[in-house]
Design a protein around this ligand. Sequence first.
Ligand SMILES: Cc1cc2nc3c(=O)[nH]c(=O)nc-3n(C[C@H](O)[C@H](O)[C@H](O)COP(=O)(O)OP(=O)(O)OC[C@H]3O[C@@H](n4cnc5c(N)ncnc54)[C@H](O)[C@@H]3O)c2cc1C
Ligand code: SF4
Length: 484
Amino acid sequence: MTDDTSKCEDGHNRKDAHKQPRVHMPQRGATERRRDWAEVPTGYTAELARQEAIRCLQCKNPLCVAGCPVGIDIPAFIKLIEDGDYIGAARKIKETNSLPAVCGRVCPQEDQCEKVCIVGKKFTSVGIGHLERFAADYEREHGEIKLPEKQPPTGCKVAVVGSGPAGLSAAGELVKMGHEVVIFEALHKPGGVLLYGIPEFRLPKDIVGAEIDYLKKLGVKIEVDCVVGKTETVDELLEEGFDAVFVSVGAGLPTFMDIPGENLCGVYSANEYLTRINLMKAYDPEYATPVLRKKRIAVVGGGNVAMDAARTALRMEVTEEVYIVYRRSRDEMPARIEEIKHGEEEGLKFRLLTNPVKILGNEDGWVSGIECIKMELGQPDESGRRRPVPVEGSEFTIDVDCVIMAIGTRPNPLVPMTTPGLKVTPKGTIVIDENTCETTKEGVFAGGDIVTGAATVILAMGAGKNAARAIDQHIRAKKVSIKA
Ligand SMILES: Cc1cc2nc3c(=O)[nH]c(=O)nc-3n(C[C@H](O)[C@H](O)[C@H](O)COP(=O)(O)OP(=O)(O)OC[C@H]3O[C@@H](n4cnc5c(N)ncnc54)[C@H](O)[C@@H]3O)c2cc1C
Ligand code: SF4
């Protein structure tokens, strides 16, 4: 900055910069991207990032930090970007968030840090997520990823079950604390929803791969194709000499509507559809993974999962029409606004205030349509959103040959069922002590979607980090008591 603080060294005018609209992140046009798998927004250049960084007021009491579930020092990293120290900015974020390139892309910042940013009270809030993504990408692309200091080896071993954001973040913290960490993952590749759920055009898989390589370089071992509860149980892991087990198996069990026709050929759960395409690369002719290639597809639901499934279906080469069938209005859709906008631009057809009542089939047992009823909004329900009420006699049919159900998921019961002493709630989530993250079974901790039910990447990461701290205390205390 120059002395009068109104101008930065490179001539950007700082004074009143916050009053300018947020610097737009360039993105590829809808026609170009509709049929390919490359990312939609292309990221800030250094010039754009600095233009956006000077919009931050460097508040003494930064509300944005309180709005971030992992408490990133947001003004500090933004200042480093403003000063041109992009690697420094990435390292500042990594003090509290080990997956910034992921979070910069998929976190719902508009409901968290950016929602409370002081600039947003009168103008558009600072683009914190865009800046986070820029710093993380810069560090990765310039090959300057530095391994942090590790504490001396403790001789203790921790097993992490599941390699989604909760498991990865716990493993990263625990290995830095000097513990030996082994992740056991049921699928053949680590990453959880980041890999099998969120599509390439929203989160490129080489970014997830880079984060996992980083953990491996830190010393985390990963065993794939290991279904805990089948291959071996949590009790067996404890008997084999692990001092603690962290259960982070997510909530990937699909739910269905329980309407007639859901067992017809051509009905998928969103998780199965996305796993076939993202993890098993069914879109790539070089892979043998089968997936139905249909012309007219209905996706039922209004969250991120529905938007991901619909935009994925749109990109399959034979697809003509993709419908989003959602029982409330656009304002109540839980998906991120950006995803809804991108879906609209790409040509998704929204059938809002519409609820399926029956999936129709032909004589061969294949989907031929979906019968729906119109809805209207009544009084607010327990979620605070207005309850959708069917409009009598308003049934109509949408002609489709494939239906993808994206109406939510539940915790997978395998680990709780095979671990005596592990208490679960009626919803199947694992009960933990909020302060210690410990379950009702000694030495077994849990976090992420398996505790909260389906939530967000950043909350799962925060849970992994808290659990790592608690596990560290638990095993160090255990060691002291054994010595005494
Ligand atoms: C399609 C989709 C899109 C989403 N989009 C967003 C988004 O844009 N932003 C956002 O913040 N959140 C999003 N979410 C939610 C977010 O991804 C999850 O909240 C988060 O991944 C939960 O992390 P987790 O580590 O608890 O579980 P997961 O990511 O589900 O990881 C659990 C892992 O455990 C493994 N596992 C399960 N059972 C076993 C077992 N018995 N033994 C060994 N391993 C096991 C699974 O294979 C998986 O790898 C999305 C979710 C989906 C499905
Ligand atoms: S609240 Fe907004 S303006 Fe203030 S420090 Fe945070 S990002 Fe900057």
